[in-house]
Structures are given as C-alpha cells and as structure tokens.
Design a protein around this ligand. Sequence first.
Ligand code: ADP
Ligand code: MG
Length: 475
Amino acid sequence: MTLQELWKSILSELQLTVSHHHYNMFFSNTEIISASNNTMVIGCGSDWSKSEINKKYKNEIQILLQNKTGVMYNIELVLFESLKDNSKNTDSRGKLNNLPLFNNIATKQEAVNYQQQVQAPQQTHQQNFNRGLISDYTFENFVIGPNNRLAYTVAKTIAENPGGTYNPFLIYSNVGLGKTHLIQAIGNEIQKTNPNLKVLYCTGQEFVDELMEQLQTRRSRGGTISDFKKKYTGIDVWLIDDVQIIAGRDTTQEEFYFAFNSLYLNKKQIVLSSDRHPSEIAKLEDRISSRFRMGMIADIQMPDVDIRTAILRTKRDKLSLNIDNNTIDYISQNVETNVRELEGALIQVATYCSVNNLIPNENIAKEVLGNSIIRREEKNIRPTKVIQEVSKFYGIEIREIKGKTRTKNIVLPRQITMYMLKELNQLPLKTIGDILGGRDHTTIMHGTEKISKELENGNLKLKKELSTIKDKIFE
Ligand code: ADP
Ligand code: MG
C-alpha cells in the first residue's frame, strides 16, 4: 500500500459525498506527500483548493484516513508550488512517490501486506463516474437481518424488474446503516443484468450543486438549463441518495419535481434514500413529500448483536483477517452506533495487531478500542423518537406538542422536547423550530433556557422525568 494508493482510495470515497463539481475543482490535483507517525501532509494544486479543503473537508478526510489506517492523523495542507526546492526524493512537482505507508511505524512486511488486503476492495473499484456507481456495494455482501429485510427485499425486486411494482422506493435510516450500500447495489445489479439501461446515481447534494451551477451559467451567459433537464430525464433508473437535502430550497424542489414526474410518468424507476421519513423532513414541499409516499417506503434499523456479528464475520472473511470469533463478539457487543463504525472498529483492531505483530484477542480489542468504544451515541437518536417519547410520557398528542395550545400541561412537555432536541440531538435552534411546527428560533431559545434554569435550580421532579424519558429514548 503506497501513499498514492491510499490517497486514491480516499478520493474514491470522497467522490461519493462531495459533489462532482466541487470534487473536480478541489481534489483533481491533490496527493498525499508524506506521512509521519501522526501527520499526513497533503499537497494541493492551488491556493483555493487548499483553503477550501482546509475549511470544509479536513475532518472528513481525517475520518476516512482513520477508517483505513486506524490512525487519527493530523492533516496538513501544502501547496505543491511551495515544495519546489525540496528536490530530494521528489519528482518534478515536488512529491514523494511510492513511499510505503507505515514505513516508519512498522518494519514488518506483514503490516504492509495486511494493509494491501484491507485496501484491496478499494483498488478493484471499477468506478463509472457518469453513473456514480461503486462496484463494491453489492447484494452479495449485504448481510440481511430483521433490521433491513424489507428494504433489502424491495431493493432486490427492483433490481430484477426496474420500473415495476415498487416505484418510487424510499429507504430511510440514521447514518451508517446501509442506505448507500443498498441503493448502489440496485444500480450495480441492474448494470450487470441490464447493461442497456441507463442508471444514474447521485446524491441530493450533487443535484443541488449541479443545478446551482447551471443557473449561474445561465445568468452569466444567457443560456438555458435544458442540458440539466435532459440529463435527468434521459435515464432509466434514478438513484438519489440523501434526498432530504433538497428541502427548503424552492428552485431545487421545482426542478426536482419536474425530473421526478417526467421519469415517473414514463415508468422509469426511482429510488431515494433519506435520513428520515418524508413526513419528518421539514420544509419539504407537500407535493414532493406526497410523491415520495406514493410508492414503497422501508426503513433500516441498527442491526442487533447477532447481525452485527454476522456483518463482522463476513468482513473478516472477505479481507482474510486473522481475528477469532471471541474478539469479533467483543466488538459487535460493544459498538452500538452504526455499521460504519462497527467496521471501522474491526479494521482498527486488525491494523493495530498487524502493525505490532500481535494475534488479536478480546483484551487487545478492549485496549485498542478503549474509550473510543462507541456506545449508542446520542447524536444518532432520531428527533421523532424524542418527540414520541415525550408525548407518550406526558400522555399528550404529538400534534399538541407541535401545535399552538398554550395550556400548562402542553407547554412544559413542549419545552422539554425543545431542550432534548438541543441536548440530545444537538440540533440548531432554527431546525428545532422547524420541526416543532415552524416556531421561531427565539421561542426555542426561551424554551430550552427555561428548562436549563429549572434543572440548575435543583428541580428534582423535572430531573427525574427527563432521565426516565431519556432511558425510554435509548431503550
Ligand atoms: P448510510 O448510507 O446509511 O449512511 P452506508 O451504506 O454508507 O450507510 O453503510 C456504511 C457501511 O456499512 C458501508 O461500508 C456498508 O457497506 C456497511 N454496511 C451497512 N449495512 C450493512 C449490511 N447489512 N451488511 C454489510 N455491510 C453493511
Ligand atoms: Mg449514505
């Protein structure tokens, strides 16, 4: 595994989350220049790309690197230009080439071999950027359980008969639970069995960015956005990941509605993913929300411990990792956030053992994962769950919490909901206002402060109620 290869695999992941347009602007001329124990130096071709990456993408890169190497690197960005004089070990652009990763933390060939295995799937990606598909995401390597069976079954049926019974199809779940995997698997399967069909995968963000770019071009050059329209109407299967992002944007929703309708009326398959149920997406136009609900909707939940174990065993076998079942059990019992972090933990333990020439066991896993053992994290709780539990606890309706009534028995639970959405979900006040029936952010601020004060003043009854509700939420 060389740094170049590592960077290539990071880029291929970034391509999934960064819009095509931004990707080309900021990442097309970048490379890892060097890696020390804890610093990764990334070279950029322009000042602009350097500062944009620094501002917007550094954290994501850091996490991707950690997932792949098990090391949390500091990221340093430099201009290629500024390296010109360091001629030793560099090519004409001033970059170090083919430096083995872990050169300085492991002399063992095994460590390098191991990294090659871990990275192997990334290197075999046959990415078709027009269609946005990554060949690794298939039905074959998707582990099925009660938590995702419905979503899987519908996805599989669609892949066999696109534009058939389930159209549109919307999958929703918290992050890291397999939406992108499933949606991509549909595309890959169709491409394999029906190569003549035009499949387009895009994220909601890409759709927004591309539209904005077209509108800008139109404004400055007086053209039309017909190319954009053509692109989205000339396809057979449209896979839109994280569609919730289009909410609250009038022009985007208008164009989306147009594309959606013309595909739908022509019996083309549409598959969407979202981080929540359409009814919970604030500022999504009714006409779009009702389109989403017209077809099939399935959610994916966190897999239980048995499925988590199965996922890790599959991953272990695929990567031929030398990790015994006890260690796998330890990881699956303790990582309760999402599948992405579950996989990350497995790789972290395997990398640590490989680099230090150890045979993995439960104790080592404990040590390596240590504090980073990621239990059900508060940020992964869905806002509806919070509202639901508050309403259940106080025996009032959800619509009352969201409504306008100002009687005391409603106002307090409403303020508690505000407080919990802020503390547990860490939502911005404005978003909380949107969720709670379109309230102003100052109202939310007032509500959350009221509860904070009560707690500070030692209101034990309230404290106890909050803690009971919290337990229910995390149950
Ligand atoms: P989301 O799009 O919901 O945030 P992803 O599809 O990106 O989640 O999934 C995160 C990671 O977990 C991916 O590497 C994916 O392959 C893996 N994953 C999720 N669910 C499963 C599953 N049921 N079987 C195998 N791998 C899974
Ligand atoms: Mg995703």
